[in-house]
Write a protein that binds this ligand. Structure first.
Ligand SMILES: C[S@@+](CC[C@H](N)C(=O)[O-])C[C@H]1O[C@@H](n2cnc3c(N)ncnc32)[C@H](O)[C@@H]1O
Length: 236
């Protein structure tokens, strides 16, 4: 499972040092609006939800995440936004008393990697196949007809080490395995290792992903756009 407890205390520092561009992500979301009842799956520390709540005042926003330590930070960040609710939930057992017309995951539970002209492939924080199938079913049960599911786009993953804003060094190492890859995340301050975390990711070809989503009526909406941040699936 994609537990982020180890990284949680350093997550914001790493992500806001250039790993993700949260303004651009929310621009990329709102292009596909209008939105009313929004669900983020794998909201982490709430960086996307904060940007969304600041810009959209009349919508209802729900964020779910598996990792309580990430949510604790999100709760603090979002406490003044009455439109935002957060819940600790594993997507594979999602249970909310609500249906949504818009849900998304950016670097969260699922995302797509696009490497140049190659076909996108799906990356899942859930390494077990049956659990992914269960996750799609649970999500579909929480989405209304004609709703949209947006899954974020990232570039290819590779090994690197890079100083972040305070001079500490973030590094990552990728090891392919039988069902996807293992990714190691590290943060070092000089000789001292402050954080290490390992996630076992499962990957799916674009066809496999579309088939899994298609079972629940989600159809891929091909909308090429420069600098697009998400692939869009519409529920019929
Ligand atoms: C890279 S973080 C992304 C957080 C946020 N979307 C952002 O852009 O900053 C991935 C998040 O997905 C969450 N996650 C992984 N597997 C999950 C699952 N099965 N159910 C719910 N959340 C999950 C992790 O706990 C983590 O907080």
């Amino acid at each position: 499972m994609g537990d982020y407890t180890n990284m949680s205390g350093y997550y914001d520092l790493i992500m806001t040092s250039g790993y993700y561009d949260y303004k651009k992500i929310v621009d990329g979301l709102l292009v596909h609006g209008p939105v009313r009842d929004v669900l983020e799956i794998g909201c982490g520390t709430g960086l996307i939800l904060e940007e969304l709540a600041k810009r959209q005042h009349n919508i209802s926003i729900t964020g779910i995440d598996l990792t309580q330590a990430m949510l604790d930070i999100a709760h603090q960040r979002l406490q003044t936004f009455k439109s935002v609710q957060l819940q600790q939930q594993n997507l594979t057992q999602l249970s909310l008393n609500q249906k949504f017309d818009f849900s998304f995951s950016y670097g969260g539970v699922w995302y797509f990697v696009i490497d140049g002209d190659k076909e996108p492939f799906l990356v899942s924080h859930i390494s077990d196949h049956e659990a992914n199938v269960a996750g799609f079913a649970k999500l579909a049960n929480h989405m209304s007809d004609d709703s949209k599911l947006l899954l974020g786009i990232q570039g290819p993953h590779f090994d690197y080490a890079k100083p972040i804003s305070n001079g500490m060094v973030y590094s990552q190492k990728i090891e392919p395995n039988g069902h996807g890859f293992i990714k190691h995340y590290y943060l070092d301050d000089g000789d001292k290792r402050l954080m290490s975390q390992t996630i076992d990711y499962r990957t799916y070809s674009f066809k496999e992903a579309c088939d899994m989503l298609g079972v629940h009526g989600f159809e891929y909406q091909y909308k090429p756009a420069p600098d697009r941040q998400f692939l869009v699936f519409q529920k019929k």
